[in-house]
Design a protein around this ligand. Structure first.
Ligand SMILES: [Zn+2]
Length: 527
C-alpha cells in the first residue's frame, strides 16, 4: 500500500533545498510503507497533507542545513589535519517526526556545521590544525569587565556567583587573581549574616549556593586574612539547620532541598574543615543523625533515575549539572572507585552521560532531548574524570602514563565545539552560536576546555584513603597534562599558547587554592 502524494501542493523555497525536500518525501513514504499495516488505512487519506505540512514546517535554516548533506562539505582543516567527517556531516539516521524540539535541534546543528567547516567561520586566526585559536586576550577583558561592571541589579541575588565565575575563568586563562583580593573581601563581608552563611546580596537571607561561591572565591584570592573573614562557628550552626532527616540538605532555611545543597554544603565543610558532628540544635538530630554525613550517600543514590542520569531530587528528571553535583559530592565523601559504584549504577550512568554528547556539534546537552549548551562542557564534561577515577582506581604519577581508561568522551568534539562555536568574536564565551556570551558560560566553557587538556586521577590507595568519616579523599587527587593524541589521530588540537591552567576536578578552582585553603584550616584546632 502506498501513501498518496500530492506533490503539486508543496511549495519549494528554492533550488538549493529542492533535493533535500525530495529526499525527505521519499524517506517519509518509505517510512509510512514500513509502518504497521493495521495503521495504514487511516494514514492513507491524511498522509499527503501531513507530509506537506512536515516539509512546510521545517524552517529555512533547517533546510539549508539539511541541504549541506546533499553536497560534499569542504573541510577547512589543513590537508594534514582535515576536520573529521563526524563534525562535517549529519547523523546517518534521522527521525522524521517534526516537533518543536527537532526544529530547534536542526537550527542549532545548522548554526554549528558552517562554524566547523566553512573557511570564513570566524574572525579568529586559525591554528595549524585548522581550528580557531582561543581568543584569550578578549576573553580576559570580557571577564575583567564582567566582574566590575555586570548589571548587578539583575544579578542582585547572585553577586558572589558572578565573582566566582569571573575569577575561575580568569584563573584558567593564567591571570593573577591577587589584585582582586581587597575588592572581593569588601564585597562579601556585608553579605555574611550573623546567624551563619552568606546571602546572594546585601541584606539577603543566607543561601548555600552563594555561600559556596564566596568560599571558593576567597580561596582563589588567597591569604589567611581573606579566609578568616568567614565565621566558621556560625556557618556550622547554620549548615546544621539545612541538614534534613532524609540525609540531604536544603538550599536555605525553609528553602528547597536538592543535590546542589548537598554538594555546596559538603564543599564548604571540606574546604573550611568544619566539624562533621551536627550542632546540638540541628533538626536532623531528631531522626537519629549525629553527623553531616549521615544518610547523605543514600540520599544521593536515590537521585539516580531510570535513565541512568541523576536528578536534583528523587523522582525528578536527570540533568547534567545535578550529575556533577552528585559525583563530586560522593568524591568528597570517599574514594571514587569505592563510593561511586557503591551508590550509583555506574554502567547506566555512563550510558546516559555518553548520550549527552552530540554530533556534528561536538558539545554536550544537559538533558535528554535538549540542545547542546556550552556550560555543560563543565557540568557533563566534568563528570568524566570522576567516572574515569571510579573505573581506574588509585593511580600513581608513573602508572598514569599507562592509563587504563580515559577518553570516555570525545575530547576532540568538545574542543571543536568550544573553539569553533562558543567564542564570541569580541570576547566572552557562550551557550551556543545563537546566544550572547556571559560570565557564567565563560566560566564553565573554559573549565570544560581546561578539563580536556588534563588527566585527573585519584592517588590515595584504598587502605590509606580513609573511610567515609574522614573527608580527605577529595585532597588525594593529582593532575597531569595530556600528551596523547586525540581520537582522530591529531597529536594536538590547540597550540601550546592555548593551553589552559588546570582546575581541581571536585572543587573547580585552581589546585593551589584548594591546597592552601585546606592547609590553613587544618592547622586550626576548633573554631
Ligand atoms: Zn548553559
Amino acid at each position: 500500500m502506498r501513501v498518496k502524494s500530492n506533490r503539486s501542493k508543496v511549495t519549494f523555497r528554492g533550488r538549493r533545498v529542492l533535493p533535500v525536500q525530495q529526499r525527505l518525501r521519499g524517506s517519509a513514504e518509505t517510512a509510512f510503507e514500513s509502518s504497521h499495516p493495521g495503521e495504514m488505512t487511516s494514514v492513507e487519506d491524511t498522509a499527503p497533507t501531513a507530509l506537506d505540512e512536515l516539509v512546510e514546517l521545517i524552517p529555512r535554516v533547517s533546510l539549508e542545513y539539511l541541504s549541506l548533506q546533499e553536497n560534499t562539505i569542504t573541510s577547512n582543516g589543513t590537508d594534514e589535519f582535515p576536520v573529521p567527517e563526524l563534525f562535517t556531516s549529519l547523523p546517518p539516521i534521522r527521525d522524521l517526526l517534526v516537533t518543536d524540539t527537532s526544529l530547534s535541534q536542526d537550527e542549532t546543528a545548522g548554526h554549528c556545521l558552517p562554524l566547523h567547516t566553512s573557511t570564513n567561520r570566524s574572525l579568529f586566526d586559525l591554528n595549524p590544525q585548522g581550528l580557531p585559536r582561543l581568543n584569550q586576550e578578549d576573553h580576559i577583558q570580557f571577564l575583567n569587565d564582567a566582574i566590575q561592571n555586570v548589571a548587578y541589579i539583575a544579578y542582585d541575588a547572585v553577586r558572589p556567583w558572578v565573582v566566582y565565575w569571573c575569577l575561575t575563568g580568569l584563573s584558567v586563562l593564567g591571570e593573577d587573581l591577587e589584585k582582586w583580593r581587597e575588592r572581593v573581601l569588601e564585597s562579601f563581608l556585608p553579605m555574611q549574616n550573623p546567624s551563619g552563611g552568606f546571602g546572594g546580596g546585601h541584606g539577603q537571607t543566607s543561601h548555600v549556593a552563594p555561600s559556596y561561591a564566596v568560599v571558593l572565591s576567597l580561596a582563589m584570592v588567597g591569604s589567611s586574612e581573606s579566609l578568616d573573614v568567614v565565621d566558621r562557628r556560625a556557618l556550622w550552626r547554620w549548615l546544621g539547620e539545612l541538614k534534613q532527616s532524609d540525609g540531604g540538605f536544603r538550599m536555605s532555611v525553609g528553602g528547597e532541598e536538592d543535590v546542589r545543597g548537598a554538594y555546596c554544603a559538603m564543599t564548604i565543610v571540606s574546604l573550611l574543615a568544619i566539624p562533621l558532628e551536627l550542632p546540638s540544635n540541628a533538626p536532623a538530630r531528631a531522626s537519629g543523625f549525629t553527623s553531616f554525613l549521615d544518610g547523605l550517600p543514600e540520599y544521593l543514590s536515590r537521585c539516580q533515575t531510570f535513565e541512568g542520569g541523576v536528578s536534583g531530587a528523587p523522582q525528578t528528571e536527570a540533568h547534567g549539572a545535578y550529575a556533577f553535583c552528585v559525583l563530586a559530592c560522593l568524591c568528597i565523601l570517599g574514594p571514587p572507585h569505592e563510593i561511586i559504584p557503591k551508590y550509583l549504577d555506574l554502567p547506566l550512568l555512563i550510558s546516559w552521560l555518553s548520550a549527552r554528547q552530540y554530533a556534528p556539534e561536538g558539545g554536550f546537552s544537559g538533558r535528554t532531548n535538549k540542545l547542546v549548551d556550552g556550560c555543560y562542557s563543565h557540568w557533563v564534561g566534568g563528570c568524566w574524570p570522576l567516572i574515569e577515577a571510579a573505573l581506574n582506581g588509585p593511580q600513581t604519577s608513573t602508572s598514569t602514563r599507562k592509563q587504563k581508561i580515559s577518553n570516555l568522551y570525545s575530547k576532540e568534539g568538545l574542543t571543536r565545539y568550544i573553539l569553533s562555536c562558543c567564542q564570541e568574536d569580541s570576547g566572552g564565551l557562550r551557550d551556543k552560536p545563537s546566544a550572547y556570551p556571559d560570565a557564567y558560560h565563560s566560566c564553565y566553557v573554559l573549565a570544560g576546555l581546561s578539563s580536556t587538556q588534563y588527566y585527573n586521577y585519584f592517588t590515595g590507595d584504598s587502605d590509606a584513603a580513609g573511610t567515609i568519616d574522614s573527608l580527605d579523599s577529595a585532597l588525594r587527587w593529582a593532575s597531569s597534562a595530556i600528551c596523547r593524541g586525540y581520537e582522530s589521530g591529531h597529536e594536538r588540537l590547540v597550540d601550546a599558547g592555548d593551553d589552559l591552567a588546570p582546575l581541581h576536578p571536585i572543587f573547580v578552582i585552581p589546585w593551589a587554592a584548594v591546597e592552601e585553603c585546606c592547609k590553613h584550616f587544618n592547622r586550626k584546632t576548633g573554631f
